[in-house]
Design a protein around this ligand. Structure first.
Ligand code: PEP
Ligand code: MG
Length: 883
């Protein structure tokens, strides 16, 4: 096979440029050459060579020598210079270029081809000895660093000493003789560290650099990066060898970087920086302040130094023309590197530019409007997860941050407020007008009111599906969970972190999108939901097949969900309604009662409350389907702790405190997640589910009578393992329906279904579907029970699991397709065999994760359900999955 592809000077061996073969950089150099843009001539050694290099035991085939020689000859032909020529030497750059840009690999060597003789030739040919010796010392330094891998500190030190000796402060003060002397020092450093003199043969230099690029593919840094970013090891990297052009040959030379549109706002304006008389690295290194590209940008910034548009109007016009051609050709915003050598523009690189979420959205919508791309392409271009950034306040990127620690990015958005250590204080301080951040070791359902009152939640323990994370996402509150380096003494109201102590009232900022926890208030920027966002959502809705519902249990959450486009409620967790301050005593009375009669008394008090919960939700959802899950959590979560709480219950129930305490300790469970919860509550205390079913039917009829629109309740039984359990629970629900319909003299439509969140339920789905009209996959519990990893404790070790590649991603965040996914497929198949029209959805946290949504689309589910703020993400991800 052929391993070398030439480009430039009217040649483009690679045609339009195949990224897999030529790497990203090589493909785009070839692509630019193929459309006639000014690219310095060069050649690319393919990624296939890299792969073969390793297969053959890190040697090059003989044929490569000849191919590289013809590549060099091509460059020599176009430039009219000879590699190694003492009079007017050809210099080249050598760069790596994988399919995707990959930090951790050898990057760039410039000015290759200089040695003790050619440097004199360069000095003579350019008429600038200072430039020549400066180029040579840069080359030795770079080559020693990236190819020979010597300690670069020694070179910097030598430069510092030279400047000190002469009393210089700036590099620009060094003369030709100074640089020449420094070259001598640099060569000594090489000899000292490498035990061999700096290579003088230009071909040895070239092969050294080529080997170093291929060698860097298997460097530890590169391997780690590949593992973290799912890049296969056999992709290999390409090597690009290209004629040098110089931006540091006087005032008609320059170098710069540019974007064809503003990468932070997405505006359709050129954006970039350049420096006159400089080399590329100078722009990046920040030694001199770069100048603006356009006059408008310079004026907007109030800067004095002339923009490129003003300083070099003709070259700028040429550059602007290139921008247009590149956008038309690549049909995307381009990130460009260019150099001007004595008035002549050269393009060194182009690639699709990185952009903020906001810019991605604006560019996609604009480009579809301009006809550059289709609406479907626009939908495909925006990363759904990045929408998170747009739907929540974010930290002002310009603001300073004093980072205390980092936890898990559990619920996106940024918030600042005073530290408080318990839910009641959170509520009280919120009422006093304070912005509060609720800081807990972990949260429990009892903290809900405090979480509501807080601007953000910070926990020391718990993973991405911990209580704090799930509830915070549902409420749209920023949350950082599992910040393990926090030590929280809630009693003493002290938070210790990074050797510092914070007390109640101290201000912190959390960023739930990155997991950062900062001291003090960091300014935030508010989201914009109008315009482009809405447009893209409309386009997404045109292509998606999956319906999108929301997990919501309050009228407010339901309203938010509808504003974000939810087409129903996929999970209303009724237990959250039980923690309301006005009801908790009755709930506790119910739990602590030791007889059915006692329980029924308490339930009678709860019935009207539940009815009004459902009425409000049905009204907001206006005829859309609402899946209501009957009580699920282990009962002990509701137990009183404080003396005063026991007293309240004792008064309400008319029994002694001692009796209650005994009963409370009887309810204690060793493993509550696998204990007396889910439908097991309905099996042992049917009156609880009776009350809830009755409340649902009464509310539904009330709403129909009141609004004229009949809600369609979907009543969902949690944690079912066997068909018999569901049969029994369905009988309870149907009996309540019958009773209520008889009392009210009317009927409404309803469905009874179940969650599939235990492996046994997935396997026996065929039987379960005999009584289930729908399945909703509760993938939080299904993941927990399939893998046998506690969702509340997983964060302590899952990170290591992901690092070691045991799981590609946290299985509580992105569905474990191979394991949990197979159970879902089995359940879907067996359920449909029994009941072809069975409705299938997912309501675990995975319902808002784009990769998991793609799996749901592939499995043919009917809908996904996500927390309200993730509904737009789910809509976009569902559209992309359908494309
Ligand atoms: C689940 O287990 O996936 C689920 C949605 O229920 P919960 O998170 O309330 O246990
Ligand atoms: Mg569950």
């Amino acid at each position: 096979p052929r391993y070398v592809y030439r480009f430039g000077g009217g040649v483009d061996d690679g045609g339009k440029g195949d990224k897999n073969l030529l790497g990203g950089k090589g493909a785009n150099l070839d692509g630019m050459a193929s459309i006639g843009l000014p690219v310095p001539p060069g050649f690319t050694i393919t990624t296939e060579m890299c792969t073969r290099y390793y297969v053959d035991g890190e040697v090059f085939p003989d044929s490569l020598r000849a191919e590289v020689a013809s590549g060099i000859a091509h460059i020599e032909g176009v430039t009219g210079k000879k590699f190694g020529d003492k009079a007017d030497p050809l210099l080249v750059s050598v760069r790596s270029g994988a399919r995707v840009s990959m930090p951790g690999m050898m990057d760039t060597v410039l000015n290759l081809g200089l040695n003790d003789e050619t440097v004199e030739g360069l000095a003579a040919a350019s008429g600038d000895a200072r430039f020549a010796w400066d180029s040579y010392r840069r080359f030795i330094q770079m080559y020693s660093d990236v190819v020979l891998e010597l300690d670069h500190g020694a070179f910097e030190e030598a430069l510092e000493i030279a400047k000190e000796d002469h009393g210089y402060t700036l590099d620009t003060e060094l003369s030709a003789a100074d640089w020449k002397a420094l070259v001598g020092e640099y060569k000594k450093i090489v000899l000292d560290q490498w035990k061999k003199p700096f290579p003088q043969d230009v071909h040895d230099q070239l092969w050294g650099a080529i080997s170093a690029v291929f060698g860097s593919w298997q460097a530890d840094r590169a391997k780690v990066y590949r593992r973290l970013n799912d890049i296969p090891g056999d992709w290999g990297t390409a090597v690009n060898v290209q004629a040098m052009v110089f931006g540091n040959m006087g005032d008609t030379s320059a170098t710069g970087v540019a974007f064809t549109r503003d990468p932070s706002t997405g505006e359709n304006v050129y954006y970039g920086e350049f420096l006159i008389n400089a080399q590329g690295e100078d722009v990046v290194a920040g030694i001199r302040t770069p100048q603006y590209l356009t006059k408008a940008a310079r004026e907007r910034a109030g800067a004095k130094a002339a923009s490129m548009e003003e300083a070099m109007p003709e070259t700028y016009a040429e550059l602007a023309r290139v921008f247009q051609i590149l956008e038309q050709h690549y049909r995307d915003m381009q990130d460009i590197e260019f150099t001007v050598q004595q008035g002549k523009l050269w393009m060194l690189q182009t690639r699709s530019g990185k952009r903020t979420a906001k810019a991605a959205l604006k560019m996609a919508v604009d480009m579809a409007g301009e006809g550059l791309i289709t609406q479907e392409e626009a939908v495909a271009r925006v990363d759904p997860s990045a929408l998170d950034q747009l739907l929540h306040p974010t930290l002002d990127p310009a603001a300073e941050r004093d980072v205390l620690t980092k936890g898990l990015p559990a619920s996106p958005g940024a918030a600042s407020g005073i530290v408080v250590f318990d839910a009641d204080t959170a509520e009280r301080r919120n009422e006093m007008g304070d912005a509060v951040i609720l800081v807990r070791t972990e949260t429990s359902p009892e903290d809900i009111h405090g979480m509501h009152a807080a601007k953000g939640i910070l926990t020391a323990r718990g993973g991405m599906t911990s209580h704090a994370a799930v509830v915070a996402r549902g409420m749209g509150r920023p949350c950082v969970s599992g910040a393990g380096s926090l030590s929280i003494d809630a009693k003493a109201k002290i938070l210790r972190v990074a050797g510092r102590e914070l007390v109640e009232g101290d201000i912190v900022t959390i960023d739930g999108s990155t997991g950062e926890v900062m001291s003090g208030a960091v300014p935030t920027v508010q989201p914009e939901l109008a315009g482009d966002f809405g447009t893209l959502m409309v386009w997404a809705d045109k292509v998606r097949r999956l319906k999108v519902r929301a997990n919501a249990e309050t009228p407010l959450d339901c309203k938010t969900a509808r504003e974000f486009g939810a087409e129903g409620v996929g999970l209303c967790r009724t237990e959250h309604m039980f923690f309301d301050a006005a009801r908790i005593t009755a709930v506790r009375q119910m739990i602590l009662a030791d007889s059915e009669k006692g329980r029924r008394e308490a339930l009678d008090r709860l019935l009207p409350e539940q009815r009004s919960d459902f009425t409000e939700i049905f009204l907001v959802m206006a005829g859309l389907p609402v899946t209501i899950r009957l009580l699920d959590p282990p009962l002990h979560e509701f137990l009183p702790h404080e003396e005063a709480e026991f007293e309240d219950v004792a008064t309400a129930a008319g029994v002694g405190i001692d009796v209650l305490k005994r009963r409370a300790s009887e309810l204690h469970e060793l493993n509550p997640m696998l204990g007396h919860r889910g439908c097991r509550l309905g099996v042992t205390y049917p009156e609880i589910y009776e009350m809830q079913a009755r409340a649902i039917f009464e509310a539904a009829i009330d709403v129909e009578e009141h609004s004229g629109t009949a809600p369609i309740p979907e009543i969902m039984i949690p944690l079912v393992a066997t068909a018999k359990e569901l049969e029994l629970m369905k009988a309870i629900v149907d009996a309540q329906a019958k009773a209520v319909f008889a009392e009210r003299g009317t009927t409404i439509e309803y469905l009874v279904g179940t969650m599939i969140e235990l492996p046994r339920a997935a396997l026996k789905a065929g039987e379960i579907a005999q009584s289930a009209e729908f399945f909703s996959f509760g993938t939080n519990d299904l993941t927990q029970t399939t893998i046998g990893i506690s969702r509340d404790d997983a964060s302590r070790f899952l990170g290591t699991y992901v690092d070691k590649g045991i799981f590609p991603r946290d299985p509580f965040v992105s569905i474990d397709v191979e394991g949990v996914g197979e159970l879902i497929q089995i359940a879907a198949e067996r359920g449909r065999e029994t009941r072809p029209e069975i409705k299938l959805g997912i309501c675990g946290e995975h319902g808002g994760d784009p990769a998991s949504i793609a799996f749901c689309e592939a499995t043919g589910l009917d809908y996904v359900s996500a927390s309200p703020y993730r509904v737009p993400i789910a809509r976009l991800a569902a559209a992309q999955a359908a494309l």
